[in-house]
Design a protein around this ligand. Structure first.
Ligand SMILES: [Zn+2]
Length: 50
């Protein structure tokens, strides 16, 4: 199960609307709006790695 970093929605990989690669990690977005938000300011939505 994947998590949309923008809206927090959980989804299957094959149901993701878009994938965006950022700093070698691929993020999956559920809709064009989430994609837009993520691409505008990815750092805002990325959870810091522990
Ligand atoms: Zn979303």
């Amino acid at each position: 199960m994947l998590r949309d970093p923008v809206c927090g929605k959980k989804m299957n990989k094959n149901k993701a609307y878009a994938k965006v690669k950022y700093e070698k990690i691929t993020y999956y977005l559920c809709c064009p709006l989430c994609q837009e938000h993520f691409e505008k300011n990815p750092k805002k939505y990325i959870e810091p790695k522990k």
